[in-house]
Design a protein around this ligand. Sequence first.
Ligand SMILES: N[C@@H](CCC(=O)N[C@@H](CS)C(=O)NCC(=O)O)C(=O)O
Length: 249
Amino acid sequence: MIKVVSFKICPFVQRVTAMLEAKNIPYEIQYISLSDKPQWFLDISPTGQVPLLVTESGTPLFESDAIVEYIDEVSAPLVTDTTAERRAVDRAWSYQATKHYLVQCSTMQSADGDKLLERSEKLNKSFARAEKQLGSGPYFHGDEIGNVDIAWLPLLHRAKLVEQHSGFDFFAEFPKVKDWQTAVLATGLAKKSVSEDFDEAFSNFYLAERTFLGRGGNFDEAPLPATSNSCCGSNSGGDSGDKAASSCC
Ligand SMILES: N[C@@H](CCC(=O)N[C@@H](CS)C(=O)NCC(=O)O)C(=O)O
């Protein structure tokens, strides 16, 4: 059976597991700690990053784009009338999602409201593009869920958890994206593609007291003391500079 090596709150992993779930492909999952990567993982992973998919014949595949393409090549397409042009367009729209995974991670970790709004601007440009492109739904191309929906699922899922916790709606200005979020989440694929304790793991990291959203996303809150608003400049854009922030995703 296919094995996916995972870190619980990684959006790149979720794209892969959501694709496997959407195609009803059985897989086993193994979670690792990114701050203490096991040697067996480092031995087979060229980048030391998750997701890593070990095929039935034992070949380790890395990079989520390559993994998703592999899954597509060894299984029936999600949409029935696909063409080379459509697959190319879908890859481009999928990329519009995946290149914003880390932007969303960093935005959710903002320590104050100003930082959140500043970081949201980049996301908003991407959401505005999707808003313009979306048709009458419910999914990106209409009635059938496809690869673009799966690529966007981690962004849509995380935005819903943030909204439920803090009331902050990433899609407040994007009604079509909002409807799309509702439709994609209604498939149940978001829940199926993560661990049972995902909401807790996600909240513990992104919706903790150190983040503006974790404290409820109150734009009227008093300014924070200067020390808690320092930016470490880590790759993930975390505000706290702690180890967890730089290893989140
Ligand atoms: N380009 C990679 C990005 C994967 C990625 O950033 N994974 C993060 C977790 S969300 C990771 O493994 N971080 C640990 C590290 O970089 O050492 C992909 O698409 O698979």
